[in-house]
Write a protein of this length. Structure first.
Length: 262
């Protein structure tokens, strides 16, 4: 059975799964879907186009599916998708998409901390953490298990690879390839995210293999083109190697610099 407060507003066309909790003064608009076991806390706002998964928690004053802050938006019918088991903390905002993609997506098992913003057409995969007051511009893409520490600013169209750790307060104007840590000002590669990889079950052999790839890329004195050619020709083929090379070669913004570069 659902628990919907008489002091909340829930549009009669909203679709609620089983065991949904809607607390006093929450607002749930039409054309919304809220999955089984999700809790929408007091003063939270779920607007037109929201698709919220199972066992999520939307904290007070958070807003899901606000219209994009994009002057090209013309009222098109778009969505904001939230995956299962995701938590959206106080005053965080997830805007819906534009005609570009048609949706904004936050994946499963994510934590969007207080005052964070996920702009139109962003795609966040699973197990991602956005620290307090992190701001994502439009069409940012973030892969699994990335952690964007508090107060970071991520430029539009930027990609962040899997298992990345970004220092708090960072300005991120370039793509961040998988498995690395970045920080300082201006932002640079500072090493492999070894602690995070170990926590997620990466073996020492696998970590060492990834580390060797980034030695070629950031500590050899080669430019990116030279480094990627040598990585492909001189290092054993692995899924990790292929993923890193594909990420770098498909980067439209270019990847973050290393501290040996001028």
């Amino acid at each position: 059975m659902n628990s919907v407060s008489s002091l909340a507003y829930v549009h009669p066309e909203a679709k609620l799964g089983e065991n949904v909790i809607i607390e006093p003064f929450a607002y749930v608009d039409r054309n919304t879907e809220i999955g089984e076991g999700t809790r929408v806390m007091t003063h939270a706002t779920v607007l037109y186009g929201a698709r919220i998964g199972k066992n999520c928690t939307i904290f007070p004053h958070a807003t899901v599916a606000g219209i994009p802050q994009d002057l090209k938006f013309r009222g098109e019918d778009t969505e904001a998708i939230i995956g299962d088991n995701t938590t959206i903390r106080e005053c965080a905002t997830v805007n819906r998409g534009t005609a570009s993609k048609g949706f904004t997506k936050v994946g499963a098992d994510c934590l969007i901390m207080a005052y964070s913003h996920v702009a139109h057409d962003c795609v966040l995969n699973d197990h991602i953490i956005l620290g307090n007051a992190t701001q994502l511009a439009g069409e940012v893409e973030i892969d699994d298990y990335a952690i964007i520490s508090g107060g970071s600013l991520v430029h539009q169209f930027t990609r962040v690879g899997a298992h990345v750790m970004i220092q708090g307060g960072a300005k991120v104007p370039k793509d961040i390839p998988p498995y690395v840590m970045v920080g300082r000002e201006p932002i640079i590669y500072v090493g492999l995210n070894v602690v995070g990889l170990r926590r997620r079950g990466f073996t020492s052999e696998r970590i060492n293999s990834i580390q060797e790839i980034y030695r070629y890329l950031y500590q050899s004195g080669f430019n990116v083109t030279q480094a990627t050619e040598r990585i492909e020709n001189e290092l054993p083929e692995t899924d990790d190697r292929n993923d890193i090379l594909e990420f770098i070669r498909s980067s439209s913004r270019g990847i973050v610099r290393g501290n040996m570069e001028g």
